[in-house]
Design a protein around this ligand. Structure first.
Ligand SMILES: Cc1ncc(COP(=O)(O)O)c(C=O)c1O
Length: 395
């Protein structure tokens, strides 16, 4: 008997159909098909977590309690350590007006925030180029991502952000240091966005996943530290980059007290509690503190300067807007190819992988993101040699 299934029985929801396919797996497939490719694509660091974190994970599991569900917001010693760190390093006073929640990474923290504050068709403003998972989360929640282009130096266009706000806007998102551009936003601009959100009744979601990665004169500023910010500011953090702990899936968020119940409902449904073994490792890592990242960040700064010097040398057909944070450059290639085609041909013909700017909704015709976080000095110079050769050949 061949009964026809009712229409739609096997298809994804319209909401999910509207979500862009992640580009990293596509680039990953091209890379895997081209042995020997050097990846300037992945946004990861080269170093491992502090040994103390690994030791804490090894010591985990001896008690029955280790295997039971824990508190929705995270284990008390970790929440406590996070609150102290926020006060000490970010100038964020969590209590009494906000709360900390440990999440399975910064990505889950962002999803929690969007689910907590948007109704279907509400709008969330994202400066472009944006971090693609932010846009995906907004669309997945049934809301609308409204892209507002940054200036040619990838800094915020404050009048344009203001002009993009309408009656359905719920939040403005900022990411500093930025993925994919490496831009670090000055304190004055972040204060202006925070004040704009406050005056227009919006949330300001600020992603600080790269807070330890700034170079030269650039100074990191946390808008959550502004005196009247607690009620409308959601700050997101991650241990993935700072401590080389991407696979452990630990991040955290600071949420206004009025949103805490909503955020708990979401977390209770999606995660119940953050993974306990990872929280123990995270606690040990935070005890070591940001000094752990410091020498790695110094090395990254040297790599960053090399990348900049080589890509801005005479005859390399690209523009390189300066970047003082994270471990990215978003360069504009001088070619008639679109960024997806350029990426594919750089991999298949020149064995070097980058990420196409189209994945970040970059307005320029052909930009590609160069990530230098995961490479040793030799791989960087060979990767750059191939990239420059490829750009010249495909210009
Ligand atoms: C801006 C930004 N936020 C969040 C994340 C995700 O971090 P996590 O591993 O903590 O989910 C990334 C990862 O690349 C990122 O670039």
């Amino acid at each position: 008997m061949n009964r026809k299934l009712p229409e739609l029985a096997h298809s994804q929801s319209r909401r999910l159909a509207a979500v862009q396919a992640p580009v990293i797996p596509i680039v990953g497939r091209w890379t895997a098909e081209t042995p020997g490719t050097i990846s300037l694509g992945q946004g990861v660091v080269s170093y491992q977590p502090p040994p103390q974190a690994i030791a804490a994970a090894r010591a985990f599991g001896d008690t029955l309690q280790d295997h039971r569900y824990g508190p929705v917001e995270g284990l008390p010693p970790l929440v406590d350590a996070i609150e102290h760190k926020l006060a000490r390093e970010n100038g964020i006073t969590v209590r009494p007006h906000s709360r900390v929640l440990v999440t399975a990474g910064g990505n889950q923290a962002f999803m929690n925030a969007i689910l907590a504050i948007t109704d279907p068709d509400d709008a969330v403003i994202l400066p472009t180029p944006y971090y693609f998972n932010h846009e995906m989360a907004i669309v997945m929640a049934g809301a609308r991502a409204v892209g507002v282009p940054t200036r040619s130096d990838y800094q915020l266009d404050l009048p344009a952000l203001d002009a993009a706000i309408d009656g359905r806007t719920r939040a403005v998102v900022t990411v500093s240091p930025n993925n994919p551009t490496g831009a670090v936003y000055p304190e004055a601009d972040l204060r202006a966005v925070n004040a704009l959100c406050r005056s227009r009744g919006l949330f300001h979601i600020h992603d600080e996943a790269y807070e330890y990665f700034s170079y030269g004169e650039a100074r990191i500023f946390s808008p959550g530290s502004i005196a009247d910010a607690a009620e409308h500011t959601i700050s997101l953090f991650s241990l993935s980059k700072a401590y080389g702990m991407a696979s452990w899936r630990i991040g955290y968020m600071v949420v206004p007290l009025a949103l805490n119940d909503a955020i708990h409902k979401i977390q209770d449904t999606i995660l119940i509690c953050p993974p306990a073994a990872s929280q123990h490792a995270a606690h040990a890592a935070m005890h070591v503190g940001r000094a752990y990242a410091a020498p790695h960040v110094e090395q990254l700064d040297r790599t960053r300067r090399t990348v900049y010097a080589e890509l801005t040398a005479l005859g390399v057909p690209c523009d390189v807007p300066p970047a003082q944070g994270a471990f990215y450059y978003l360069i504009r290639a001088h070619t008639s190819l679109d960024s997806m085609t350029l990426t594919e041909r750089l991999i298949k013909e020149h064995r070097v992988a980058t990420i196409p700017g189209s994945a970040f909704a970059d307005a320029s015709p052909c930009s590609i993101r160069i990530s230098y976080g995961a490479l040793d000095a030799d791989s960087v110079s060979e990767g750059l040699r191939r990239l420059i050769g490829g750009l010249k050949a495909l210009a």
